[in-house]
Design a protein around this ligand. Structure first.
Ligand code: SF4
Length: 500
């Protein structure tokens, strides 16, 4: 049955995600962190409006969708499956005849580092990201479709969490979970599901199922906030990281440009987030930036977009080539864009702990110089309008008081650099899955002091952040009002608790 807009409502494979992921966060990806917060002082509906409003739809389809979902959609279309991505709001319009539902999830139980930290500190229940995921599975239309034989396949960065609660899979009728890069695995699973064959409860992507650059499809429809992957894998091999298990692959510019052209079809949106674990290392096989390749990538990104940002950068790569960052800034910063952001993992100020869990993080420098590397890199970033959102890990296995003191000293030394510094509780991932989770009850006086210093750092820069992030125009001013209210609420609470 074709609807008024010419869209096939009898599609075989439907793809979607819950509300927390199917949002463009007002075009400001960083606001997506709000999805990992549990209910709090702000009423839920207002909180949702501030952080993850509904994605606009056009002819019933989301104008943008999560990049990972778009990749799976692209592979299915390349292989001639009858597949379509819908927004959670329109799921009921398409699910009645669908045979397979593919769900993308980041953090289904709220166990990721950010949500587990917020949950353990605030103690007000499950974070939004987990609540909305379950809400999607509990919908009447999904339950009814399950009763008539719909198969549900789930994938995405948070898929590992299901291993620890298989009862949840049974309770919600999830047939199969893809763990790892699903670009090739989804073909096999979709065929088996459509042929009525048994599906494995877990499909671990490894060996030949890990796609080569050529096997990774190019998206066919726009991604949220123009996010485009430029490579996968990482050469630094931190022990706590899942990405470290994957091979390094950089995409050629032609492949990246094809996706930029797809995202250029969006109305009134000319932003791009270049995604990789270490953007300054684009095209490099080691930890020395391949400067010309990175600059070519920046020029290409800027040709199609007014606003360019990076998903992640290592501070060692920033420190390794100050000229590269300066030249990137010359390309990126112009009359349409005054700064750009990247997530940066600082993790600890202790070289001893670094050596034990993430010796590669400081390459090409000596790990013993870690605090100096961080300060140098942050200084270079600050000089060139690159604003880092930094993470620390509290409760790394083997962390001692002296390590926390070193981290506190480092954070204090960074106070004049415009940045966010967010401490996250340790989550046992990567090679450290046998270690214990870090719990709020284990927070020592020193760790508490570190959390407070980071909070003060964030509040100190919050006004500048809000101005930069929302811009000086009327729309920006209006959109920033709820955020200012949110920051004031945090300040009030912090004062009440005696933190500031
Ligand atoms: S640098 Fe980042 S992505 Fe690379 S292994 Fe370490 S934590 Fe993972």
């Amino acid at each position: 049955m074709i609807n008024f807009f010419g869209i096939n409502k009898n599609v075989q494979i439907l793809l979607t995600s819950d509300h927390t992921l199917m949002s463009n966060y007002h075009g400001k990806e960083f606001l997506g962190f709000g999805t990992s917060v549990p209910p709090n002082v702000i009423p839920d509906s207002i909180f949702r409006f501030i952080f993850f409003p509904k994605i606009p739809t056009k002819r019933g389809m989301p104008v943008e969708a999560p990049y990972g979902l778009r990749k799976i959609e692209a592979k299915l279309l390349d292989e001639d499956f009858d597949a379509l991505t819908t927004s959670p709001n329109h799921l009921k319009d398409y699910i009645r005849k669908a045979d397979v539902l593919c769900l993308h999830t980041m953090d289904p139980f709220g166990w990721g580092p950010s949500s587990s930290t917020f949950t353990k500190v605030l103690k007000t229940g499950k974070p939004f990201v987990a609540r909305y995921f379950e809400e999607l599975l509990d919908r009447k239309e999904v339950v009814r479709a399950k009763e008539r034989g719909l198969k549900i396949i789930v994938g995405g960065p948070g898929a590992w969490q299901f291993r620890y609660d298989t009862e949840f899979l049974e309770r919600h009728g999830i047939d199969s979970v893809m763990i790892g890069e699903g670009d090739l695995a989804v073909i096999d699973l979709a065929r088996r599901a459509l042929d009525g064959k048994e599906l494995p409860q877990f499909y671990d992507v490894k060996g030949e199922d890990i796609p080569t650059v050529e096997e990774i499809p190019e998206i066919k429809n726009p991604s949220i906030n123009g996010l485009i992957e430029v490579g996968r894998g990482c050469v630094r091999h931190c022990k706590f990281c899942e990405v470290a298990k994957r091979p390094l692959r950089w995409y050629p510019l032609e492949k990246i440009e094809k996706e930029m052209k797809v995202n250029a079809r969006r109305d009134n949106a000319k932003n791009i987030i270049l995604h990789a674990e270490d953007i300054p290392l684009y095209g490099s096989k080691n930890t020395i930036p391949a400067r010309e390749k990175v600059l070519d990538l920046m020029k290409l990104a800027k040709r199609y977009n007014d606003d360019v940002s990076w998903s992640h950068a290592s501070i060692a790569a920033v420190a390794a080539d100050p000229k590269l960052i300066e030249e990137c800034s010359e390309i990126i910063v112009d009359e349409k864009q005054s700064w750009w952001g990247a997530e940066v993992g600082i993790e600890t100020g202790s070289p001893r702990l670094m050596k034990e869990t993430m010796a590669g993080k400081a390459h090409p420098f000596d790990i013993e110089e870690w605090p100096e590397i961080v300060k140098t890199g942050m200084g270079i970033a600050d000089d060139n309008n690159l604003v880092p959102a930094c993470t620390l890990i509290a409760g790394l296995p083997g962390e001692e008081e002296d390590d926390v003191i070193k981290t506190i000293e480092l954070v204090e030394d960074l106070k004049d650099y415009k940045s966010l510094i967010v401490p996250l509780f340790f989550v046992p991932l990567g090679q450290l899955t046998k270690e214990d989770w870090f719990e709020a009850e284990e927070v020592t006086e020193l760790q508490r002091e570190l959390l407070i210093i980071c909070l003060k750092h964030g509040l100190r820069w919050s006004r500048a952040f809000v101005e930069d992030y929302y811009g000086a125009g009327m729309r920006g001013k209006l959109l920033s009002l709820p955020m200012k209210y949110f920051i004031r609420a945090i300040k009030r609470r912090a004062k009440k608790e005696g933190f500031i």
